[in-house]
Design a protein around this ligand. Structure first.
Ligand code: FAD
Ligand code: PHB
Length: 390
C-alpha cells in the first residue's frame, strides 16, 4: 500500500491532521493500536481555545462544537474558604474558552473521516516506522494477523506519550526535558448537575481540587492524590467526601453527588522532546510533549503542532516549498514551551507538595495574594489560559 503521509495514532492529533490534509487533496493512512470504542472511551480534555475551534471548522468538523460547546468567559480560583473570579473576557479584551469534551471532538473527527472515506486502521499491532532518515520511509504493522506495509513520503507520530514514534528515534538524536510531580489527578465523571456553571480550581491544605463539567447535566471533578494511589483505593463516597473538604463551604454544600460513570487517575508530568523531527518523521501532540492538566494546555498545544504541520505539508505538496517542514520543530517548540511554563506555574501555585518547606508555602500564599491584587498578574494568567496565537 502507498500513501503520501502515514500517521501513527488516531487520537485527536492524528485524526485532525488526516482530515485537514484530505481536504487539501493529500492522502493519508492512520494506524491506531486500539479499537475505536477504546479511543472514544477515554475521558480527557474539556477546555478548548478558540484557535482550536477555528481549526476544527477549517476541517469541516466544527458544527457540533459550535452548537453544543459552552463558551466560558471566566473561572474561579478557590482558596482559604473563598472563591475569586478570573474574568477572562474582561482581562483579555473579549476572549473566552470553549468547554467541549475531547471524547465528543474525537467522535466528530471519526465521523468526518468516515464521511470522506478516510483510511483509519484499528487494532494495528506492532506498528513500526522504518528508514525515516532516508528518502523512502515506510510503516509496518499487523492487522488481523496479516502484515501490512505502507510506503509513504512522510510519517507523523501522533501516538501519544507511550507511543512508538518517539521511541524509534535514536537516543543520541534527541534531547528530553522532564519533570515528574509526586501526585496524580483522580477524576470522576458523573451524571449530575455541575456545582458551578464556571470551572473552580481549588487549592487547600489537603490538596488541589477541580470542579469542571461537560454539559448542564454532566459533571467532571478531580482531586489531587498521591501518585501511588489507584482507582480502587477510592469509592465514590470517599471521593466526594474528600472533594467537599477541599472546597469553600458554600460550594461544598451545593455539591450534588451521584454514581461515577468513569473514574481514572492521570499522573502529572512535564515533558518535552527536542527536536520534534527526525529525518522524515515528525512528532506532534502528546508524542512530543506532556503538560500537567492544570492549565488545560495539552490538547490545545497538540492543535498548534497540527496547524504548523498541516500548513507545512500543504506548502510542500502544492508549491514544493519546504520551509514550513524545515522550521516545523522550531516553530512548534516555541509555543510548546509557553504552554509548559504556564502549566508548570499553575501546578506549582495550586497543588500541595509533600516535601514543601514553610518557605515554599509562604511563596505559594504570596503568589496567590499577588495574583488577586494585581490586574497585570491576572491579565497574564488570562492571556495564557485563553491561549497565545498560533
Ligand atoms: P492521544 O490522545 O494520546 O492519542 C494517541 C493515540 O495513539 C491513541 O489513540 C493511542 O491509542 C494511539 N497509539 C499509541 N501507541 C500507538 C502505537 N504504538 N501504534 C499505533 N497507535 C498508537 N488538554 C487540554 O488542552 N485541555 C484540557 O482541559 C485537558 N484536560 C486533560 C485532563 C486529563 C485528565 C488528561 C489526562 C489530559 C488532559 N488534557 C487536556 C490533555 C489532552 O488530553 C492530550 O494532550 C491529548 O489527548 C493529546 O492528543 P494526541 O492525539 O496527541 O494524543
Ligand atoms: C476537564 O474538564 O477535564 C478539565 C478542565 C480543565 C483542566 C483540566 C481538565 O485544567
Amino acid at each position: 500500500m502507498r500513501t503520501q503521509v502515514g500517521i501513527i495514532g488516531a487520537g485527536p492529533s492524528g485524526l485532525l491532521l488526516s482530515q485537514l490534509l484530505h481536504l487539501r487533496g493529500i492522502e493519508t493512512v492512520v494506524l491506531e493500536k486500539h479499537s475505536r470504542e477504546y479511543v472514544l472511551g477515554r475521558i480527557r480534555a474539556g477546555v478548548l481555545e478558540h484557535s482550536f475551534a477555528a481549526l476544527m471548522r477549517e476541517a469541516q468538523v466544527g458544527e457540533r462544537l459550535d452548537r453544543e460547546g459552552q463558551i466560558h468567559e471566566g473561572f474561579f480560583i478557590a482558596h482559604d474558604g473563598i472563591k475569586e473570579r478570573v474574568d477572562l473576557r474582561g482581562l483579555t479584551g473579549g476572549k473566552s474558552v470553549i468547554v467541549y469534551g475531547q471524547t465528543e471532538l474525537t467522535r466528530d473527527l471519526y465521523e468526518a473521516r468516515d464521511r470522506f472515506g478516510g483510511v483509519v486502521m484499528h487494532n494495528a499491532e506492532d506498528v513500526r516506522p522504518h528508514d525515516v532518515d532516508g528518502p523512502q520511509p515506510y510503516l509496518t504493522c499487523r492487522v488481523g494477523g496479516e502484515v501490512v506495509r505502507i510506503d509513504c513520503d512522510y510519517i507523523v507520530g501522533c501516538d501519544g506519550f507511550h507511543g512508538v514514534s518517539r521511541q524509534s528515534i535514536p537516543k543520541d538524536k534527541i534531547r528530553v526535558f522532564e519533570r515528574d510531580y509526586p501526585f496524580g489527578w483522580l477524576g470522576v465523571l458523573s451524571r449530575t448537575k455541575p456545582v458551578s456553571p464556571e470551572l473552580i480550581y481549588a487549592t487547600h491544605e489537603r490538596g488541589f481540587a477541580l470542579c469542571s463539567l461537560r454539559s448542564e447535566a454532566l459533571s467532571r471533578y478531580y482531586i489531587q492524590v498521591p501518585f501511588t494511589d489507584s482507582v480502587d483505593d477510592w469509592s465514590d463516597e470517599e471521593f466526594f467526601e474528600e472533594l467537599r473538604r477541599r472546597l469553600p463551604g458554600d460550594v461544598s454544600s451545593a455539591l450534588i453527588t451521584g454514581p461515577s460513570i468513569e473514574k481514572s487517575i492521570a499522573p502529572l508530568r512535564s515533558f518535552v522532546v527536542e527536536p520534534m523531527r527526525f529525518g522524515n518523521l515528525f512528532l506532534a501532540g502528546d508524542a512530543a510533549h506532556i503538560v500537567p492538566p492544570t492549565g488545560a494546555r495539552g490538547l490545545n498545544t497538540a492543535a498548534s503542532d497540527i496547524y504548523y504541520l498541516y500548513h507545512a505539508l500543504v506548502d510542500h505538496y502544492s508549491k514544493w516549498d519546504n520551509r514550513g517542514l524545515e522550521t516545523y520543530s522550531q516553530r512548534a517548540l516555541a509555543r510548546v514551551w509557553k504552554g509548559q511554563r504556564f502549566s508548570w506555574w499553575m501546578t506549582m501555585l495550586l497543588h500541595r507538595f509533600p516535601d514543601s518547606s514553610p518557605f515554599d508555602r509562604r511563596l505559594q500564599e504570596t503568589e496567590l495574594a499577588y495574583l488577586f491584587s494585581s490586574e497585570e498578574a491576572l491579565a497574564s494568567l488570562a492571556e495564557n489560559y485563553v491561549g497565545q496565537p498560533f
